[in-house]
Design a protein around this ligand. Structure first.
Ligand SMILES: [Zn+2]
Ligand SMILES: [Zn+2]
Length: 343
């Protein structure tokens, strides 16, 4: 029998009688990370990495029944050995390793290979069966190296500051925003963040992640003169709102893996697109899957058909699970994505 199967509630561990990132309320859930499509309300018991506690309690309620586990430490549940391993996606993100009857399965949740300094970097875990995402599982997705990416963001901010206009950078509030803050050259000017971003900054800082000082628009001293040289970090949902319009003649940018797709920046209606993702790019997915040594691979969300075909061509037993996970930034792929890639 398979150790993990897809049920209407989510991915289910048959021997252990628990779910991984279920999308419907269940008794026992192991949560890979606190993004809203993987961590949902209403479960009877939660197990997640220690560093996910702050974000899970902030998003799902302070009193959720949560048990935490550090990376690499195993617990036993109904004969299934469960341990969590770094996924490099956002703070506290974990791959779930299950061992039962001599077989090892790893459910990776969302992951990224490049170390971004804001969470524990991805560690490949040897297994027989690997469950992978495929959000950016098309050969066109190849991320720029981080020094290149941040040089580009810094140059844009510097140019705007010299021209006396704010630089408004849109990025998902949990993970993307903190990565931006951690990576930019904070000597260029002051940094102002949206109200949805600052509580997550607090969680990251409490976990020991270095972030530069950040201001809220309501803080004393945040005035028109200061905003002329400021970097403003806000979630995509702030676009077009009065909160953003207060910055007057600003330049805006959008940080997302989808920016690699021609036309996304224009459709988003922003001045600048930065290719930045919390997910593995195409070479990263291949490297990660290869490093597990798995002979059987299940694909959960993103470019499922393309990835399954590619894996089968490599001689692997490639399958898919139908899930209800979203894509990067909780959005589905932009319309220009080739047909048939929906999660
Ligand atoms: Zn995620
Ligand atoms: Zn996901």
């Amino acid at each position: 029998m398979e150790l993990i199967v897809a049920r209407p509630e989510g991915l289910y561990c048959t021997a252990g009688d628990f779910y991984i990132d279920p999308w419907r309320p269940v008794d026992r859930a192991v949560i890979t990370h606190a993004h809203s499509d993987h961590a949902r309300v209403g479960h009877g018991h939660y197990l997640a990495h220690t560093d996910s506690e702050g974000t899970l309690r902030a998003r799902l309620g302070a009193d959720i029944p949560l048990q935490t586990l550090p990376y690499g430490e195993a617990i036993e549940h109904k004969g299934v050995r469960i341990s969590l391993h770094p996924a490099g996606h956002v703070l506290g993100s974990a791959q779930v390793r299950l061992e039962h009857g001599g077989r090892v399965w790893v459910a990776s949740g969302d992951y990224k290979l490049e170390d971004d300094g804001t969470c524990a970097p991805f560690e490949p875990v040897r297994c027989d069966t690997f469950i992978t995402e495929s959000t950016f599982g098309l050969p066109i997705y190849r991320w720029p190296a981080q020094p290149v990416l941040f040089a580009e963001i810094d140059a844009w901010w510097r140019t705007n500051a010299a021209a006396g206009r704010a630089s408004v950078l849109l990025g998902y509030a949990f993970g993307k925003a903190q990565r931006i803050l951690h990576g930019v050259d904070s000597s260029i000017g002051p940094i102002v963040v949206h109200g949805a971003v600052e509580p997550l900054n607090a969680v990251y800082r409490a976990a020991g992640v270095r972030l530069p000082p950040t201001l809220r628009v309501t803080d004393p001293g945040v005035d028109a003169a200061l905003l002329k040289t400021a970097l403003v970090v806000a979630p995509p949902s702030a676009q077009g709102t009065p909160w953003i319009r207060r910055f007057g003649n600003y330049s805006d940018g959008f940080a997302s893996g989808w920016m690699q797709l021609r036309g996304t920046r224009r459709r988003r209606g922003v001045d600048k697109g930065f290719v930045m993702s919390d997910h593995a790019d195409w070479p990263g997915l291949q490297r990660a899957i290869g490093a597990t040594g798995a002979e059987c691979v299940y694909v959960t969300h993103g470019s499922v058909a393309v990835m399954v075909r590619w894996l089968a061509e490599q001689g692997l037993d490639a399958r898919s699970f139908k899930t209800e996970y979203g894509d990067e930034d909780g959005e589905t792929a932009p319309a220009a994505e080739p047909a048939g890639q929906g999660a």
